[in-house]
Ligand binder design. Structure first.
Ligand SMILES: [Zn+2]
Length: 294
C-alpha cells in the first residue's frame, strides 16, 4: 500500500512538471511573438557569432542593452580595426544630409545621428556582421541592430520596413530595410547609432558623413570615448564651473590652455562642428571665460 502511494505521488510530480514546462514554453513564445527570432545556438555551434569573447557569449535578440553578465567597462584603451582583410568594406548606410547630431537634445542624450531620407530608400549595413536585433520598439520604431566582427554594433531605426532577420549574416552594403518614420520620428529619417559594449559613441568618430567615408582604418575606444559617461563622471559633477547643462544643451566655458582641437577631442566632436555650432572660424582666438556650445 505504501509503495502504491509513493508511486502515485511520483506520477503526480511528473505530470505537474510536464505541465509547468509546457506553460513555460508557451509564455516564452508569447513574449517573443512579433519578432523574428531564430535559433542563435546554431550560430554559436558554427562559431560565427561575432565578437563572442568581447561580449562573454551574450547574444540578446530582444534588447539593445545587454544582460548584466556582459562586460561593460573599458579599463584600457582598445584599438578596433574598422577594416580587416576578411571584412574590408564600409558602405554608407544612406547617402543623405545629417539633420541632427549625436549629443544632448532637450536634456537627454541623442544616442545617434539623424540622416534625411525619403520613405522607401534602401538602408545599407555599414560593415559586415550578423543581425542581432530586428524588431519594433515604440521609440525606435522598426530597428535593425548589426553586430560587427570587431565588437562594434550599428543600429538603424525608424524604418518603414525591415528586410533582415535575427542571426542573418550581412555584408557591408546589404539592404537591411527601407527608410521611414516609424516610432518617435517627426519626419522620414534614419537614426543611426554606433555602440561598443552597449554604450553609444559619436558616429562621427567612425564615419565622415559629408565625404561618405570612414575616418580611419582604426578606432581607439577608451572610457573617454563614451560621451554620456563622461558627463556623469565626478570630473564634471564636482566641477560645475567649467561645464553646465541647460535645457538647450551643453555649454563649456573656455579656460587657459584650451584649443578648439583639444575641446573637440575631449568632447568627441570635431573642430568643424564646434565652429559651425558657435558660428566661429577655425582660426578664431578663444577668450578665457568664453561660452561655447558643445
Ligand atoms: Zn535620432
Amino acid at each position: 500500500m505504501k509503495i502504491k502511494n509513493i508511486l502515485l505521488s511520483f506520477a503526480l510530480i511528473v505530470v505537474f512538471h510536464v505541465f509547468t514546462q509546457a506553460q513555460k514554453v508557451k509564455t516564452e513564445k508569447e513574449v517573443v511573438s512579433g519578432n523574428e527570432i531564430s535559433n542563435s545556438d546554431s550560430l554559436k555551434e558554427t562559431n560565427i557569432l561575432p565578437s563572442e569573447k568581447i561580449y562573454d557569449d551574450s547574444w540578446d535578440t530582444l534588447y539593445i542593452r545587454l544582460s548584466r553578465h556582459a562586460k561593460v567597462s573599458v579599463n584600457d584603451s582598445v584599438i578596433l580595426k574598422l577594416l580587416t582583410e576578411e571584412n574590408s568594406n564600409f558602405y554608407m548606410p544612406v547617402p543623405g544630409k545629417v539633420i541632427s547630431e549625436f549629443g544632448w537634445r532637450h536634456g537627454r542624450i541623442h544616442a545617434g545621428i539623424d540622416i534625411q531620407l525619403n520613405k522607401g530608400d534602401s538602408i545599407h549595413s555599414a560593415f559586415d556582421g550578423v543581425v542581432r536585433i530586428s524588431r519594433y520598439f515604440s521609440g525606435y520604431g522598426n530597428i535593425v541592430v548589426v553586430r560587427h566582427y570587431n565588437g562594434l554594433e550599428t543600429c538603424y531605426a525608424h524604418m518603414s520596413k525591415r528586410l533582415t532577420k535575427v542571426s542573418q549574416i550581412v555584408k557591408a552594403g546589404d539592404v537591411l530595410g527601407l527608410g521611414g518614420r516609424t516610432g518617435h520620428a517627426t519626419c522620414n529619417h534614419l537614426h543611426f547609432e554606433v555602440r561598443y559594449l552597449q554604450e553609444p559613441i559619436n558616429p562621427r568618430l567612425v564615419v565622415n558623413f559629408e565625404n561618405q567615408k570612414i575616418n580611419s582604418d582604426t578606432l581607439i575606444v577608451s572610457n573617454d570615448t563614451f560621451f554620456h559617461r563622461k558627463n556623469i563622471s565626478k570630473k564634471h559633477t564636482t566641477n560645475k564651473s567649467d561645464f553646465t547643462v541647460d535645457k538647450k544643451g551643453n555649454y563649456y566655458y573656455i579656460k587657459q590652455g584650451d584649443t578648439l582641437y583639444s575641446l573637440a577631442k575631449r568632447y568627441n566632436t570635431s573642430v568643424t562642428l564646434l565652429c559651425n555650432k558657435n558660428n566661429i572660424s577655425e582660426k578664431s582666438t578663444l577668450r578665457i571665460g568664453q561660452k561655447l556650445k558643445l
